[in-house]
Design a protein around this ligand. Structure first.
Ligand SMILES: CC(C)(COP(=O)(O)OP(=O)(O)OC[C@H]1O[C@@H](n2cnc3c(N)ncnc32)[C@H](O)[C@@H]1OP(=O)(O)O)[C@@H](O)C(=O)NCCC(=O)NCCS
Length: 142
């Protein structure tokens, strides 16, 4: 059985309704019942993993090759994610160093397809280091 669409979430979810940022998300995924915590909401670690993947895609494109996550600078879970939400991850480069690149990731959940609600659920900042095949830092080409 498909879980797509989920439920409308908290009664005031519509009050949090926002518009998705322009452009395509880096990643769009639907969490499943296997991804919930003991309270029935999506496990924070699942969201963190997807954020790391999405940020890594943006970083690798900028660094034109392999990157390794060196730091999670900040991570804010603003609203719960529910089973069946369509979760979209948007990422942008906010800082470029000699070998590192810092990515801001914003995450939005869309639910209640009959009357679509979009909620911003997470904000995060992560730093990635461009690495060579030896796993050591390499300069990012200007
Ligand atoms: C990423 C890694 C290769 C960096 O190696 P390192 O010897 O620590 O590298 P350096 O000290 O030369 O720092 C490299 C860059 O990372 C930045 N950096 C290091 N630690 C940082 C931190 N805590 N926060 C932000 N940036 C950091 C440095 O400022 C430098 O950036 P710059 O060149 O743009 O100025 C190494 O730490 C590593 O392999 N870590 C494990 C990566 C990994 O497995 N990630 C997945 C975890 S599940």
């Amino acid at each position: 059985m498909s879980a797509h669409g989920g439920d409308a979430g908290a009664p005031d979810a519509s009050a949090l309704h926002v518009v998705l940022p322009p452009g395509e998300p880096i990643l769009r995924v639907v969490p499943m019942p296997a991804d919930v915590n003991q309270h029935g909401d999506i496990f924070g670690g699942w969201i963190m993993a997807q954020v790391d993947i999405a940020g890594g895609v943006v970083a690798a494109r900028h660094a034109r090759g392999r990157v390794a996550t060196v730091a999670v600078n900040s991570f804010t879970f603003k609203q719960p994610v529910l089973v069946g939400d369509v979760v979209s991850f948007f990422g942008r480069v906010v800082r470029v160093g000699r070998t590192s690149v810092t990515i801001d990731v914003e995450v939005y959940a869309q639910r209640n397809p009959g009357d679509l609600i979009t909620v911003k659920v997470t904000e995060a900042s992560l730093t990635y280091v461009a690495v060579g095949t030896d796993r050591r830092p390499r300069p990012i080409a200007g």
